[in-house]
Design a protein around this ligand. Structure first.
Ligand code: UTP
Length: 291
């Protein structure tokens, strides 16, 4: 059976966001803003840039704000029209990229990332590859988004592709680390939070994946692992035993872990500095700070 084209992306947004409490008690973590847009909007645009046309949000009853953000808001739009505020209208029209459809499925309980992805199974065909983007990881690149670069690689190989980023060697304990082989970076092992002396490399798994359909099959049989959750890594370990999987090293860009307060603050500062309207003034303000 030949594989269908890569057109779908799963974005899991049903987690509890406990690292960011109290902010995330009533506001979904994925709706926290970086400058003037919620995190989820950046991620949806990164997927669209990669040619994704169908986005599946795996969501939870407490996270309706995310679906509302991508829905039409008639009252607001007609009010802006009446008041002649067309520039603000444009910012609303840009929320959902042209040609992209967003659907949602529910994960009733936060049973882990692997379980969240499995909740999207009814909307992905048996022979269909799919991308996964973690919405709290913001990946900036001055020319081409990370998923768009990975898609180029996928189109040549038709195997699973996992984004990797080099981290300082004494930082490997914080991440999932991939052992790779050869110039094409074939992944040979995945190790969760290894001690620096035991790490197979300093390449961390950063939250962008393209999977062959087999991953979804394997998730169905994955038993709860660490923390009683169904772990994506466990299903990926299985996939490694059956299929070739390549790493894609994300270079010349910057990754921000916005699920973490420090990473989130850095993202806000650096995106503000890059902003065409705000950047100059904000830079001067920062330079003048006396702390
Ligand atoms: P994280 O572990 O970073 O998010 O999962 P979390 O659980 O929301 O946050 P903390 O650790 O408690 O602060 C990565 C992504 O996977 C989603 C989360 O919403 C997040 O976007 N996720 C995680 C689910 O959708 N379901 C889950 O069961 C777990």
């Amino acid at each position: 059976m030949s594989l269908k084209k890569l057109t779908k992306a799963v974005i899991p947004v049903a987690g509890l966001g406990t690292r960011f409490l109290p902010a995330t008690k009533a506001i979904p973590k994925e709706m926290l803003t970086v400058v003037d847009k919620p995190l989820i909007q950046y991620i949806v645009h990164e997927a669209a840039e990669a040619g994704i046309t169908d986005i599946i949000l795996v969501t939870h009853s407490s996270k309706a704000a995310i679906e509302n953000h991508f829905d039409k808001h008639y009252e607001l739009e007609s009010e802006l029209n009446l008041r002649g505020k067309s520039d603000r209208m444009v910012s609303l029209e840009e929320i959902t990229p042209k040609g992209v459809r967003i659907v949602s499925v529910r994960q009733p309980e936060a049973l882990g990332l692997g379980h969240a992805i499995l909740c999207a199974e009814p909307v992905i065909a048996d022979n269909e590859p799919f991308a996964v983007l973690l919405p709290d990881v913001l990946m900036y690149h001055p020319r081409k988004g990370c998923l768009a670069q990975m898609t180029q690689q996928y189109k040549k190989m038709h195997t699973s592709v996992v984004a990797l980023e080099a981290v300082a060697e004494d930082q490997v304990e914080k991440y999932g680390i991939a052992g790779v082989k050869g110039p094409d970076m074939r992944i040979v092992e995945l190790v969760e939070k290894p001690k620096p002396q035991e790490a197979p490399s300093n390449l961390s798994v950063v939250g962008r994946y393209i999977f062959t359909p087999r991953l979804m099959e394997l998730l169905k049989d994955t038993k709860p692992g660490a923390g009683g959750e169904i772990q994506l890594t466990d299903a990926m370990d299985q996939l490694l035993e059956e299929e070739v999987m390549f790493g894609f090293e994300f270079k010349n860009g910057h990754t921000y872990d916005c699920g973490d307060k420090q990473g989130y603050l850095q993202a806000n500062v650096e995106y503000a500095l890059r902003d065409a309207q705000l950047g100059k003034g904000f830079k001067q303000y920062l330079k003048g700070l006396k702390f």
